[in-house]
Design a protein around this ligand. Structure first.
Ligand SMILES: [Zn+2]
Length: 479
């Protein structure tokens, strides 16, 4: 971890401020700026930990913050300890300890043995920018809290970061959710991580997520989640990649090929300047022709397709991983526009349209066909082409990426239903044909609650851009 002190800035400072706040040493706003308030809070924290209170955050202070960034402590069992007394001492619950220590016998705790004790707060933060470092904390922290989670790396990014993939459940049917193919759409990563945490907590507590029994999902489906397909690009956009470092400089140089695109906020590509969602072998040549005609002829912040399909390690890893599994359905999370894209060319995977309409119904998102300018070489396109199964691109939020975290709560609320339908629609008992929406009692499709200015949803394919819209407005629809 970086050495931080007054004057430091960026997502590492946000992480520090988050840890301090959780530990009870309020640093003020979690704004990523190491000012006097953060310094005072660091000094107080250091004193409480018996560290030299110099206000500088080095390895010892980071280590001391671990419990509040990982969300658990390791408790060494003493004579007379019980789950109840340990829970009270750490402000947590007996059941949280029981879940984290499935092999421990509460009536026979071995003195000197170690227990993982989850602390009493949700681990996935919604108030700080997402980075690969934060994901590393979540891997360790969620893994400790919920030992039934499995974590693996399906490959490495250009910069050698693991492409972390979680799985949960023991159902025969496999479902795959991924996020952040595009760097400045990183807000999609915490959406999947929060969902994973809520689902894990619901399963551990024999409860529900949304209105669905977590155990039913767990027994019926194995869910795979790759929250950060493009970790290097995300670190560039969120500021975790230090200005002046080798890869930062490389990206800065590539961005000069496209001076009109803001740097680094306009960066969607991987760190080599290739758009990972224009990298899959599904109409790649057409994508190349279209993007070249638009002027994206060399590596840069977005829309460069690379020198061949799967030229980059990130998309190659997701491709190879998908080939090695048997996914019944996939969701690829992007931002923005509040749209569900469900088609590739004329492919109509069984039930795909019905499921898309259900997702549109619960989220209020529009259900549309991908505009032809961006209708090739994406993960969803390749998945549908290869498997003829339901695959979706979900575009969350409104405005311009990177979307502000102030949208997170709304985005999560809108998408919880989509994330659940991705699984419930694949449960064995759900595989009968879905009752067409038109026959169901539901709110009218032109619901008055729909925000003004939203385009009408595509209900009857073929669906094309309204002719009144200039085509330039559609060019970037597949964000
Ligand atoms: Zn995107």
């Amino acid at each position: 971890m970086e050495l931080l002190k007054v004057g430091s800035r960026g997502p590492q400072v946000e992480l520090l401020q988050l840890g301090l706040e959780r530990a009870g040493y309020h640093p003020g706003l979690l704004d990523g700026v190491f000012g006097p308030a953060t310094r005072r809070s660091v000094e107080a924290f250091q004193r409480s930990q018996g560290l030299n209170p110099d206000g500088i955050v080095g390895p010892l202070t980071w280590k001391a913050l671990d419990p509040w960034l990982l969300g658990y402590v390791v408790h060494v069992i003493k004579a007379g300890d019980t789950f109840s007394s340990i829970a009270a001492a750490h402000g947590t619950t007996i059941s949280a300890i029981a879940v984290a220590n499935p092999d421990a016998d509460p009536y026979n705790l071995p003195i000197g043995g170690a227990l993982t004790v989850p602390l009493g707060f949700p681990l996935v933060p919604q108030t700080i920018r997402f980075t690969s470092t934060l994901l590393d904390y979540l891997v360790r922290g969620l893994g400790a809290r919920y030992p039934f989670l499995r974590v693996r790396s399906i490959g490495r990014s250009v910069m050698g970061r693991p492409l972390t993939t979680f799985s949960i459940g023991r159902g025969k049917t496999q479902v795959f959710y991924n996020a952040a193919h595009h760097a400045n759409e990183w807000i999609t990563a915490p959406v999947l991580m929060k969902f994973l945490e809520e689902y894990s907590a619901a399963y551990a507590g024999h409860g529900q997520i949304g209105d669905v029994s977590a155990e039913r999902l767990y027994e019926g489906i194995t869910l795979f989640i790759t929250p950060l397909v493009n970790p290097d690009g995300v670190d560039l956009v969120t500021g975790a990649l230090a200005p002046g470092s080798y890869y930062y400089n490389q990206a800065r140089t590539l961005s000069r090929n496209y001076p009109d695109i803001p740097f680094p906020n306009g960066w969607k590509a991987n760190i080599n300047g290739v758009d990972l969602n224009l990298s899959y072998p599904a109409g790649w040549q057409q994508a190349r022709e279209i993007k070249f005609a638009q002027g994206f002829t060399q590596p840069g912040p977005r829309d460069f397709v690379g020198i061949s399909p799967l030229s980059q390690p990130e998309s190659r890893a997701v491709y190879t991983f998908t080939r090695s599994q048997d996914f019944a359905l996939t969701l690829s999370y992007h931002a923005q526009g509040e749209i569900i894209y469900w088609k590739y060319l004329d492919y109509l995977p069984p039930r795909s349209r019905e499921i898309a309409l259900e997702m549109g119904e619960v989220s209020g998102y529009a259900v549309e066909e991908t505009p032809p300018e961006s209708g090739n070489a994406g993960y969803k396109d390749w998945f549908i082409l290869t498997y003829d199964r339901p695959g979706y691109t979900i575009e969350v939020g409104r405005g311009e990426s990177p979307l502000p975290l102030s949208q997170f709560d709304q985005i999560y609320r809108d998408n919880l239903g989509i994330l659940l339908i991705g699984m419930t629609s694949m449960l064995p008992e759900s595989m009968e044909p879905i009752v067409p929406i038109s026959q169901k009692k539901s709110k009218p499709l032109s619901s008055p609650s729909m925000p003004a200015g939203r385009r009408p949803r595509c209900l009857e394919p073929p669906c094309s851009p309204p002719s009144a819209l200039p085509s330039s407005l559609w060019r970037h629809s597949k964000q």
